[in-house]
Write a protein that binds this ligand. Structure first.
Ligand code: SF4
Length: 171
């Protein structure tokens, strides 16, 4: 990869983590998520992005659900659900949990990934938070480097990548 820009949007985090997913899952022991029923009528759309300038992190969950005083972020994915949520989706959701805690003062106990056909609850554990913080630190280090090597051998990923036009490592 040519450059990773930390300050852009959480989508970037999701993409980078998607490229690294195999390695990350082994290292993190990520929660696989549990299938839950949700009532979408109780969801309120999140209009404004949440930003933490100390972390250089900005992102906007699709919805934030208020449940008995708790705030639960919801990320909506257009496709059908995989057997278990992708690591990239889990970290994207964890980023929203982190941003909610930092900007709204309440720690979400979990977040929801809403696929076309089912929903998964992902517990926002301290282990998940620590792994996310490590990844953010790694991305900050990468941001200062002029070149970051490609972490995969998939031409298909490059074909769909938003950086493809400027990337010197493109397959
Ligand atoms: S074009 Fe390929 S190697 Fe370059 S950033 Fe995108 S996915 Fe990574």
């Amino acid at each position: 990869m040519t450059l990773v820009y930390l300050g852009l949007v959480i989508l970037v985090i999701a993409l980078v983590l998607f490229f690294q997913s195999g390695r990350t899952r082994k290292a993190a022991g990520l929660p696989g998520g549990r299938v839950i029923y949700t009532d979408t009528r109780a969801w309120s759309k999140q209009e404004k992005p949440l930003t933490d300038s100390d972390l250089g992190l900005t992102g906007k969950p699709d919805y934030i659900v208020e449940q008995s005083g708790r705030l639960i972020p919801v990320e909506v994915k257009s496709g059908k659900s995989p057997a278990a949520p992708y690591d990239s989706h889990i970290f994207q959701l964890a980023s929203y949990c982190l941003l909610i805690e930092r900007t709204m003062g309440k720690r979400p106990p979990y977040g929801i990934i809403h696929y076309q056909d089912r929903d998964f609850a992902i517990d926002y554990t301290h282990e998940l938070e620590m792994t996310l913080m490590d990844i953010l630190a790694e991305m900050r280090r990468d941001e200062r480097r002029s070149s970051v090597p490609r972490s995969h051998e998939s031409a298909g990923r490059c074909a769909k990548c938003g950086f493809a036009q400027i990337c010197e490592e493109k397959l």
